[in-house]
Design a protein around this ligand. Structure first.
Ligand code: MEZ
Length: 533
């Protein structure tokens, strides 16, 4: 482990080699090299970190062990705790989750003229959308097309995505950017109004639209304003703890829990959209996370317990460049845009060890190999990490580029006395995204009638690896789609009858029949950070 003075010494090696490294054009890995690298070093391939499910619709399939414990856990309530005959809320479309997908869905449902309502366990905007930095993809430049975007996304996801979902994602992308722009998102533009676009890992065209390096925050700000300006009801600090079904087995609302008082409430609805986001706060395999505080896989549990299938729940994204040092921001996102702007990844000897814009799974695995098998990481009290040579951005693009294009990065490190314009930073993979989730069709329908899913909680759009900027895009495209289709369905659906929570005892019986007697309560709702006694 090196002390700070030693780190400063090691950073000098990076500075000495900067000029030479800046002109290097590292070759891309071959498909075979990538496959063997992933198999040996990517966390998704560590079989002992997964558990095969014994109950539910994905019985026989493996998921991360922490997720299996929640999926096969006990409900927080029993049917007797709740009076379903006197709902506290009665709406057409109930949206669970106040991030980018939930807000987009609410706006479209409202636009369609139905009653929409958002419930969220924290506050509207407390979501991974807010934390997204580098940009949002859309093929809207003359040298690009949705077909090229499709090939990048489908290939980057190892050809595992559902083709109809990728097609929806890329064909609706240009319209999504236009919609956001018209709502008021302040995208980076040239003086003549042309959108500035950059590359991301695995993109063959520059199609990343950004608002500096706080793109998600800018998008979420705009969506939140639109939801509030339209007067769409938002119930903050209120979590969904179970989906309610009707006497036909269709989704018909949710049991809600006030996060402060623990009071249970009933929301009745003709259609329900789960838009609860990701799972980074489960800290799979002990990784730190770039996710917001509420990312605890709740939507997967809600959907799974009423019979909605999961797709690719065994594949996670470890963002290659989580902050490796200092401790206060350990695991926080260092946007891929840093590499898009020209910074290279460098080992302890100052050697560039890979092309900086390989896809994320390959880049993360390569950094892990550098720090483990090759022993070329830089050791700190927080573990091993590699250098990301940020001053190379200014060396290549001129002074002022960092402040102009990635000011949030500059400020985040600046708070801890690190000037990224002058010093390289230490990075290591951080748990960033769940590639899989509740299986959906292009209209966001799950296998349960009247139950929809959108955003990070949905699976199948990105296959087994997602490209940068396709998540903000997915949140908008599928969030809007969920709102449009759930509203249309609500219009043709009568008020649900015979509300029931019978699925809870059915699921408990299945757990018992499988020999499972878990004491774990789910959904988790908040991460468990209390100190152990
Ligand atoms: O899509 C993302 O995850 C993203 C834009 C992250 C980033 O590196 O900025």
């Amino acid at each position: 482990m090196y002390k700070i003075e030693k780190l400063n010494e090691l950073a000098k090696i990076v500075a000495e080699k900067r000029e030479k490294n800046a002109s290097l054009e590292p070759r891309r890995m071959t498909a075979e090299e990538k496959d063997s690298l992933l198999a040996e070093f990517h966390p998704d391939y560590k079989q002992n970190e997964f558990t095969v499910l014994s109950a539910g619709v994905n019985k026989g399939e493996k998921v991360p062990t922490q997720l299996a414990e929640l999926l096969q856990g006990r409900s927080r309530i029993s049917a007797a705790d709740v009076d379903l005959s006197a709902p506290d809320y009665d709406t057409d479309v109930l949206i669970i989750g106040g991030g980018g997908a939930g807000a987009s869905a609410a706006i479209e449902a409202d636009q369609a003229g139905v009653k929409a309502m958002i419930v969220t366990k924290l506050r509207i905007g407390d979501a991974n959308t807010m934390m997204a930095e580098g940009g949002i993809q859309a093929a809207d430049k003359p040298n690009d097309s949705p077909a090229v975007h499709y090939l990048d996304a489908f290939g980057g996801g190892h050809f595992a995505a559902k083709p109809e979902l990728v097609k929806t994602l890329v064909t609706k992308a240009p319209e999504a950017i236009k919609w956001l722009n018209e709502l008021g998102v302040e995208f980076d533009k040239e003086a003549d109004g042309t959108m500035i676009t950059t590359h991301g890992g695995g993109t063959s065209r520059k199609r990343m639209h950004a608002a500096k390096d706080y793109t998600g925050a800018e998008i979420m700000r705009t969506l939140r304003d639109e939801v509030l300006n339209r007067g769409i009801p938002v119930v903050d600090f209120t979590a969904a703890v179970e989906i309610i079904l009707d006497n036909k087995g269709n989704a018909a609302g949710a049991v809600l829990m006030n996060m402060e008082t623990k009071e249970l409430l009933v929301a009745k609805a003709k259609t329900v959209i789960i838009a609860t986001g990701g799972a980074g706060r489960l800290h799979y395999q002990g990784f730190p996370t770039s996710n917001h505080y509420g990312a605890t896989a709740d939507g997967l549990i809600l959907g799974y317990r009423v019979g909605a299938k999961l797709l690719y729940a065994d594949t996670l994204q470890y963002h290659p460049t989580g902050t490796g040092y200092p401790e206060q921001i350990f695991g926080a996102l260092v946007t891929e845009k840093v590499r898009s702007l020209g910074a290279k990844l460098v080992n302890i000897d100052g050697e560039v060890f890979m092309h900086p814009l390989e896809t994320r799974d390959v880049t993360a695995a390569s950094i892990i190999r550098e720090c483990t098998a090759r022993g070329k990481g830089v050791e700190t009290n927080l573990g091993s990490a590699v250098w990301l040579d940020t001053p190379m951005i200014e060396y290549k693009n001129g002074e002022g580029t960092i402040e102009k294009r990635i000011p949030a990065m500059m400020r985040m490190f600046g708070k801890y006395g690190i000037d990224i314009r002058k010093e390289p930073i230490l990075v290591y993979p951080t748990l960033h995204y769940q590639n899989g989730g509740l299986e959906i069709a292009p209209d966001c329908a799950t296998g349960v009638e009247n139950l929809y899913a959108a955003g990070e909680v949905a699976g199948g759009i990105h296959g087994r690896n997602r490209l940068m900027g396709n998540s903000l895009l997915d949140v908008i495209v599928f969030g809007r789609n969920a709102g449009i289709h759930a509203a249309a369905k609500a219009k043709e659906t009568d008020a649900p009858q015979g509300l029931t929570l019978e699925h809870i005892s059915r699921f408990n019986s299945e757990l018992a029949a499988s020999g499972l007697d878990s004491k774990v309560q789910s959904p988790m709702l908040l991460p468990k950070y209390a100190r152990k006694k």
